[in-house]
Design a protein around this ligand. Sequence first.
Ligand code: CMP
Length: 226
Amino acid sequence: MSPAALLANIPLFQALGPDDRERLSRSIKRQVVHKGTVLFQKGEPGTTLYVIITGKIKIILPSSLGEEMVLAVFSGGDFFGEMALLDGMPRSADAVALEDAELLMLDQADFVSFLQNNPGAIQAILRSLSLRLRKTDDLLQDTCFLNVSGRLAKKLVELVEEHGTRQDNEAVFDLSLTQADLARMVGASRESVNKELRTLREKGLITIEGRSFTIHNMERLRRRIK
Ligand code: CMP
């Protein structure tokens, strides 16, 4: 697929007319990365916006002990790396490929001129930033007010909604997430998340096969968010 045709499928660029899309596609580079590739790390200067065509990228905050907290998992059509470009500060988090991925890259000058010429794109970026802030607020609230059981149930429901497929009350998602990743996403230890996953399995609420999670009863899982 030509770069201009790829842009037509990305929400951030959808409002562009064919000529603008063609012009922008000339400034865009494509990159294929393998699972585990570190695209950038917190604290580095950032001069590139990334847009995902295929694959999944996790955004993480590292701890001084080598642990990590997963802030977000982005997939096809999502963009990341906009913050350093907008505020001129270093990267706010690490970005790592969760699986093989194909990316588009736009450098800072082209990103700024794209925004200046497309008020619709500014709105799209603001909407995304606002949504991400809301999610981070939710995580903060949950970390303060929900126990591990509630936080895990909420995260599983969210992963189904964002990355899974659902049929009636049953749902499946298959992310390259380890149980340790899941623990970091809910801000809990791996041991407590493993224990909770065991409880959910024993209650017949979930089945885990490799990296694939099946939720057998979404309603009952939802009721555990408290
Ligand atoms: P930037 O700071 O350039 O590099 C790290 C990127 O991770 C950042 O831009 C955003 O695209 C993304 N990011 C940082 N914090 C969050 C968050 N709380 N939720 C979702 N994405 C984030």
